[in-house]
Design a binder for this molecule. Structure first.
Ligand code: SAH
Length: 450
């Protein structure tokens, strides 16, 4: 096969990133936006030794899962990958992917429970918009830092779009400079918005490459006019580093208290700009309920590692004997402590530390936990941490929450070798229309203690 060839193929599979896959003369052909069940005419754009990439020229026979594409930016921005198929087909693909990954990478025999699905429209409570040099607020194009303009995004609340427009006007009215990633020059880097879904409170955070934002009082006034009482805080985040990490460490409050409060699993949750908070509140509740069901925390000591603002442990603190949370971001730990306080929770304590370092400390103190909750970032847990959890804490149950089923599978495999067994796992779709999916797994100790 050569570049620029045109071939007809049947799409039989989908990658983890949502690209369709077909075969031609034994060679895999990756076709973005093709759906399983499509027969397509494909233009080959790149040929490698064992696989190639193509673009759809014509859909000869559409898959039954296809639906009308309702967003002009689909395929341009790096967000959604499944807007061309209906949501129930997407959910089935995600379920299959989690199950196959757990079996293939982790050699996990336990059953994959049915995926818990959510509302696919406007579920996000957070957006981080890059801004181009002309002052246009947009989105990064797929796999790049090129900024494309975006109209109202269907994953976000409508007022995020309205805020982005008001912000563009503010930049242009005062001819403020915007950051250039190559030169490291320019003032305004990102517009970052959070909205607490339950309380509707809004936080607007402007990431700047300086210590101050000129005319910030005008921005605050405009945002107040637009959002009314829902606007709870406006914060400047200072990031002067030449990096593509969005947020710097320092926040300067220019309006309100510097945080918003949401309600999650009946708890009030304070969220600081730097604290991790699940982007889909409603589905986070479903995820935490499943985590609680797996943890059976009644009268138990629960170690909540990678706890963010404390949300998982706090959601079942009323049933547990004690919750011990560990988190590396200082502001998130402050939020976790405050969240325990405002909800009258007295049996939770939090430590700001690297999870593995904290585990070593707890091991040296002889701590035993009945339940360990693990909710690490995409890269999963250090194997050293898994060893300490399995061999020193030896909890009855481990509840592992993961946003990357490949590292979950790897870590479950390690834990199975250390005397645990995956009992079952459940995918929870916190990110409809995108390639991402969350999974929660229950592991139980097999060896009895001597
Ligand atoms: N359980 C929380 C947060 C999960 S996200 C929730 O459901 O909201 C993962 C969290 O791990 C983030 O808050 C991140 O700051 C934290 N983290 C990342 N690396 C860490 C490390 N080495 N040690 C401890 N926490 C870490």
């Amino acid at each position: 096969m050569c570049k620029n060839d045109e071939i007809i193929i049947d799409i039989t599979d989908v990658t983890a990133q949502g690209s369709g896959v077909g075969k031609y003369e034994g060679i895999a052909v990756f076709v973005p936006e093709a759906a399983v069940g499509d027969r397509v005419l494909v233009h080959i754009v790149k040929v490698n030794k064992n696989y190639c990439f193509g673009k759809i020229v014509e859909i000869i026979e559409p898959s039954e899962s296809r639906c009308e594409i309702d967003c002009d930016s689909f395929s341009k921005c790096g967000g959604c990958v499944y807007r061309h198929i209906n949501y129930s087909s997407e959910a089935q693909l995600k379920q299959k992917r989690v199950e196959q990954t757990m079996k293939r990478i982790g050699n996990i025999a336990a059953p994959c429970k049915e995926i818990i699905v959510g509302e696919p429209l406007r579920y996000r409570n957070k957006a981080q918009f890059p801004i181009n040099e002309n002052g246009h607020v947009g989105f990064f194009a797929t796999h790049s830092h090129r900024i494309i303009p975006c109209e109202d995004c269907l994953l976000q609340p409508v007022n995020f779009y309205e805020i982005s427009k008001v912000f563009e006007k503010f930049i242009n009215d005062f001819s403020l400079s915007c950051y250039n990633e190559e030169t490291g020059k320019g003032l305004i880097r990102h517009l970052y918005i959070r909205r607490a879904s339950a309380t509707k409170e809004i936080m607007v955070c402007v990431v700047i490459n300086a210590d101050a934002l000129p005319h910030n009082e005008v921005l605050v006034e405009t945002l107040e006019n637009l959002c009314g009482n829902d606007l709870k805080t406006v914060v400047l985040n200072v990031n002067k580093d030449k990096t593509n990490v969005i947020l710097g460490k320092e926040n300067k409050i220019i309006y309100g208290e510097g945080y918003i409060t949401d309600i999650l699993c009946s708890n009030k949750i304070r969220i600081n700009p730097l604290s991790f908070y699940q982007v889909n509140r409603d589905m986070a509740e479903c995820l935490y309920k499943k985590a609680e069901e797996y943890a059976e925390p009644q009268c138990k000591t629960v170690l909540d590692l990678y706890c963010g603002a404390g949300t998982i442990g706090l959601s079942f603190a009323d049933k547990a004997k004690e919750i011990i949370g560990v988190e590396i971001i200082e502001q998130a730990v402050e939020d976790a402590k405050y969240n325990a306080l405002i909800n009258g929770i007295k049996n939770a304590r939090f430590l700001c530390a690297d999870a593995c370092e904290a585990a070593k400390k707890f091991r040296d103190e002889g701590l035993k936990a009945d339940v360990v909750v693990l909710d690490p970032p995409r890269k999963g847990c250090d194997s050293e941490l898994l060893s300490i959890v399995a061999e020193s804490f030896s909890p009855e149950r481990i509840v592992y929450v993961s946003c990357d089923c490949a590292t979950l599978a790897r870590d479950c495999n390690i834990l199975e070798e250390k005397g645990y067994k995956v009992i079952e796992y459940t995918p929870v779709d916190l990110f409809p229309r995108t390639s991402h999916v969350e999974t929660v797994a229950l592991l139980r100790r097999q060896k009895t203690e001597i």
